[in-house]
Design a protein around this ligand. Sequence first.
Ligand code: NAD
Length: 510
Amino acid sequence: MNIQEVLHRLRINPTNSGTSTGNDWLKEESTPAITSYSPVNGLAIAEVQSAGAQSFEHVMKTAEQAFVFWRNVPAPKRGDIVRQFGDELRKHKQDLGTLVSYEMGKSLQEGLGEVQEMIDICDFAVGLSRQLYGLTMHSERTNHRMYEQWHPLGIVGIISAFNFPVAVWAWNAALAWVCGNVCIWKPSSKTPIVALACQNIIADVLKQNDLPEGISNLLIGNAAGTMINNNKRIPLVSFTGSTKIGRIVASAVASRFGRSILELGGNNAIIISKDADLEMSVIGAVFGAVGTAGQRCTSTRRLIVQEDIYEDFKNKLVRAYGQLRIGDPLDEKTHVGPLIDTDAVMAYQSAIEKGNTEGANFIVEGGVLEGDRYVSGCYVKPCIAEVENHYEIVQEETFAPILYLIKYKTLEEAIALQNGVPQGLSSAIMTLNLREAEAFLSVNGSDCGIANVNIGTSGAEIGGAFGGEKETGGGRESGSDAWKGYMRRQTNTINYSNTLPLAQGIKFDL
Ligand code: NAD
């Protein structure tokens, strides 16, 4: 892999990449530059200028003008633009996937998978562009008709996390666009370069179709996040990130009566029943815990294991951890790549320390790796600790490959443990027992937005609505009817009689 060639093909200038839609006017501002470093080897990838108030206002105006045009383009035609974007992503899949892997640190397979997810959501959105259905209702009045229709909202602000540096944007943007909205994307400042590469691709599609550039806008840097939170001209903010920052975003947006879609942290568990297929459970648990180095919102953080099989399962798990290869994520033999940066490494270390203080029993020890292959200082050993669910550290989301083991006796107890955390994103049960599976999915079962049977917690298909409850924020994105979150519903009543009957039989005679 030659990263310079990848950057060149994606039209990234390593010394000054600019911001937004590739417009030169943004470079005029005297805002700080952000350098993106690869966690793979610690080397600088490219530098990009961050957006300030001047760029923000310019982007807002560009977006507002674009919205007036775009909302009048018929939805299936908007879908065709998203189809063209999906086609371009197919052409750039290898380069974009490589850059995701190099800038974020996930394996190349996962980087390519992330781009595939963008392609899939484009396909989904193309179909959706002909299916933005509203209901019709029977009016209680004679010769009246009632129905509802869905209109676009306007500017959608998308603030995304580092761990899915491009897919989360696409989940939001593809849907928002076919719904008739325009988007302003503020990517993570830890992964700005791959965001810029995506923006270059969509900007070309818009240009080739003579469409306003303001349909898709990019603003890099944390200042832009705050400006998006507080701006009344942005009716919807879709935020993906930690619960801590989500709380700030949610209250700022709510205080101006804006809407938000919140996709926040998870603390996901798999219940391993005594009726589970143990081989399958080990694979699901290990992939869930160490995939993306434990930096998925759906990563498996807790395993709740039935006491009869606890020792056997634990031994199998420890053996599997012994096989893990940690290293360069672009090497296809690697299982575990680096954490995003050295701050994340410190958070991992302090979680281990805190776990030790609280009484955790580490059965696979953690630690930071050193040596030629790990010069970035971001490589850590996945570890496993036996704990109790109420420990403070177990109640928190540590974004690193630390897996907690908890023992249970009865299914009721297991479900209570699984639900006994502040977050509510993803959950799973491994069992071949139908009664257990159904109980887990029932109203008395998992309280999460995602509940799986015989599949781990991590990785979701775009066809379903994605999101979680409690401190995960309650938002839903991607498939099913998540599109409704990007539109405003209007109820229409039409009177085609020659009288004016009032609802509820009210008489008003003059
Ligand atoms: P983070 O909360 O640190 O940052 C998220 C985004 O918010 C970034 O773009 C950041 O620059 C921006 N930001 C920071 N301060 C802001 C402010 N005051 N106003 C507006 N924006 C601001 O999260 P992260 O470390 O990038 O990502 C990891 C977290 O994201 C984890 O908690 C993970 O579970 C969560 N996540 C959730 C989902 C989901 O769908 N539920 C998906 C991916 C990641």
